[in-house]
Design a protein around this ligand. Sequence first.
Ligand code: GUN
Length: 297
Amino acid sequence: MTEVIDGNAVAADIRDGIADRVETLADAGVKPGLATVLMSEDPASETYVSMKQRDCEEVDMKGIHVELDPEAPASELYETIDELNDDDGVHGILVQLPLPDHVDEREVLRRIRPEKDVDGFHPENVGRLVAGNARFKPCTPHGIQRLFAAHDIETEGADAVVVGRSDIVGKPMANLLIQKAPQGNATVTVCHSRTDDLAARTRQADIVIAAAGMPEFIDGSMLQEGATVIDVGINRVESEDGSGTELVGDVEYDSAVEVAGAITPVPGGVGPMTRAMLLYNTLKAASLQTGVDIDLP
Ligand code: GUN
């Protein structure tokens, strides 16, 4: 029987642990604060940011939300970041990506104080992660590691294929999987749009992480029997019966579930874990900035 990995359930457990530690911080007079910045009218980005704000409420963190006109000059975004950097009530800052074309994303990520960079995208934090000394692990790969831990999926010695080389998922995922650490010690191949004969590589894999941003790109014929399949994709497509739109992953679920040993659904797999780990990073940021110890797992 294929194990369907319930990301909602694992994320709910993690949020419970976070809520307990938020109380410990409250006893010490600290309320963790997460600022989200949206400079986009993309409906998906709007939804993600509002869910992140709702998550803050659920664990009694302070949510601060700033919306900027997508046509505004980049300087407005820089000024917003500078103000949030200087605000002691803000422990974590997340600028929702992608940004409008006229804004230099690298400059934006460099501008966020590394101690408040709860995405883990600042070059200092990227460097620390690669060196095996992460301050903030990027939320999606960290969440995937937590799914492995919760479901006893062995990564040590496993052949893992990461499909996608983004800075947000593919690169940090590969880096975490090769580390000499729990939920690491895997042998990792990173595939991408220029990879020759992708199926030959994914068929060798004990673990496939699909993060290419392409709807139903990986199907059951590309998988080894019993493989663990982690689907990071969230793609809105026309539904087959023409009645509207639906969400699909990067994996063609119906064929993959027949072959996989374990698989994450879309929605309800990786997505809730990404959001839970953002709360985790915000909690960690608040602890590091205030010096209040909260015994983080
Ligand atoms: N856009 C899509 N995923 C992410 C993420 O994890 N962080 C930010 N800041 N933007 C995103």
